[in-house]
Design a protein around this ligand. Structure first.
Ligand code: URA
Length: 233
């Protein structure tokens, strides 16, 4: 894609490499260079693909989508006070990017699985808006065996969660065995899967998200991530 040119200091600070002022130092030290060895100053107008950092292409430009295999014990928050953050699994400088990278919705600290992150506000809105009804599949382990009517209750569109004013939209339950299920939901209410099972007298002891829309984890290991194309879903 042909990208417009921006000042070098603006480009590098937006990607989290340094502050605008520090660009001069990186140029002086030969850390930042031009692919054709052209002379660069902080205010030179450049395009993203013309610039190298220590001889390597720059991190991807704005418009990133990251597919992560979230481990248990990591929090979907920007607040360092909350413990280990999913952002700790990404390169450190990505925390300084502008636009900022955020999670697409949240997974609980105790939930593992497919987590998307992006710096694209419009995409974030589309994927989290209740209007868009994005399907997500969760694999849950239950404390007690199913009683038998859960699939019907979840599919009915009448299940009320504690403290909420509207019922859950219909959800599809697939029974693997009496204490293991897959549940497809199209909403993203707070602790939704755990609360749906609590509403039918059960308790989720382990939760893992295996799909998000058409996306799957594939062979991505726990704690790893890969960049995906915005147009792939
Ligand atoms: N539902 C939950 O209860 N927890 C999650 O992390 C996601 C969906």
């Amino acid at each position: 894609m042909k990208r417009s040119k921006v000042r070098l200091d603006k480009l590098l600070s937006s990607l989290g490499y340094c502050t605008r002022k520090e660009v001069a130092i990186l140029l002086r030290e030969g850390i930042i260079t031009h692919t054709l060895d052209l002379y660069l100053k902080s205010d030179t107008k450049v395009s993203h693909d013309e610039i190298l950092c220590e001889g390597e292409p720059l991190d991807p430009p704005a418009g990133m989508v990251i597919l992560m295999h979230k481990p248990i014990g990591y929090v979907c928050s920007h607040d360092d006070g909350e413990g280990r953050l999913v952002y700790d699994l990404l390169p450190e400088r990505w925390r300084l990017r502008d636009p900022k990278i955020s999670t697409v919705g949240r997974l609980d600290k105790d939930t593992s699985g497919l987590l998307l992150l992006t710096d694209d506000g419009a995409l974030l809105h589309r994927l989290t808006s209740p209007k868009h009804k994005v399907p997500k599949v969760y694999e849950a382990t239950l404390d007690r065996p199913l009683s038998g009517n859960e699939a019907e209750i979840f599919a009915s569109g009448t299940l009320m969660l504690n403290g909420e004013k509207t019922p859950c939209l219909p959800a599809k339950l697939e029974v693997i065995d009496p204490t293991h299920v897959k549940l497809e939901i199209v909403e993203g209410r707070y602790h939704q899967v755990r609360r749906m099972f609590a509403a039918v007298g059960n308790h989720v002891t382990a939760l893992h998200r295996s799909t998000f829309e058409t996306l799957e984890l594939g062979d991505l290991k726990v704690g790893e991530y890969r960049l995906i194309d915005k147009d792939s879903f």
